[in-house]
Design a protein around this ligand. Structure first.
Ligand SMILES: Nc1ccccc1-c1cnco1
Length: 229
């Protein structure tokens, strides 16, 4: 059963990259099907408007619920998971990507402006799995880029999508913390040499060096990932 993904957005062109590379191959292989829907196709007024001023005042505009209700109703089944990218959401992570990769149907509601009228979440929550997700603590102009990131992170975990499952094994067995630095040919580049140990063929020494480098890098860049932190 392929994973079906429906993306609803006012910027369908944002999702052209999903036709390229790994994501494109995943679709050609039949493991995943991705459909992009223009929210404005689900409006009923002459101006195809999708937003209005916020109740309670405040800056910016809020996306009105009805076009979203029409658009989601057009694709939703009782097997659907509705994902709403929002800075107010739970933090997306590799474990969440793995969960999404094993779903049947994902609907991404890409909001712009100050967000989508909260009643859209409230309406579908009793009916299907609804997840408000953030990809990090920074402000984007909308949910489209967050959706691209979540789709790529999840689809690559769909069994069969990655040609070499070995890379998933290494990822899953990865030591806590960040990856060690990587090198390839040439052995010397602009006067800089590849660390000797990597050319030695001593696999135990290489593994030790890589573990040390991971710890050094994690301590410097991501102390929050160190064990016991
Ligand atoms: N900043 C945003 C604005 C609109 C929709 C999502 C986001 C978001 C998602 N993850 C981080 O930010």
């Amino acid at each position: 059963m392929p994973l079906r993904i429906d993306v609803i957005t006012i910027f369908p062109d944002y999702f052209a990259p999903l036709q390229l590379s790994l994501m494109g191959k995943a679709q050609q292989s039949g493991l995943v099907t991705i459909a992009i829907h223009d929210l404005r196709e689900f409006t009923s007024d002459r101006h195809r408007s999708v937003d209005d001023t916020p109740y309670g005042g405040g800056a910016g505009m809020v996306m009105t619920p009805e076009p979203w209700g029409q658009a989601i109703d057009a694709v939703v089944t009782d097997q659907s998971t509705l994902i709403v990218p929002t800075p107010a959401g739970k933090l997306f992570s590799q474990p969440v990507a793995a969960e999404l990769a094993h779903s049947t149907h994902l609907i991404f509601a890409c909001g712009r402006y100050e967000g989508i009228d909260q009643r859209v979440v409230e309406y579908y929550r009793p009916r299907i799995d609804v997840r408000e997700l953030s990809i990090g603590d920074y402000v984007l102009a909308g949910g489209d880029v967050a959706t691209l990131a979540m789709i790529e992170a999840s689809v690559r975990l769909v069994p069969g999508v990655l040609g070499n499952p070995e890379s998933l094994v290494e990822e899953s067995h990865q030591l806590p913390g960040v990856e060690y630095p990587s090198y390839t040919k040439p052995p010397t580049w602009r006067g800089l040499d590849v660390p000797e140990v990597l050319l030695s063929g001593h696999h135990d020494q290489i593994a030790r060096w890589r573990a040390e480098q991971s710890t050094i890098r994690t301590t410097h860049n991501r102390p929050d990932l160190l064990p016991g932190s």
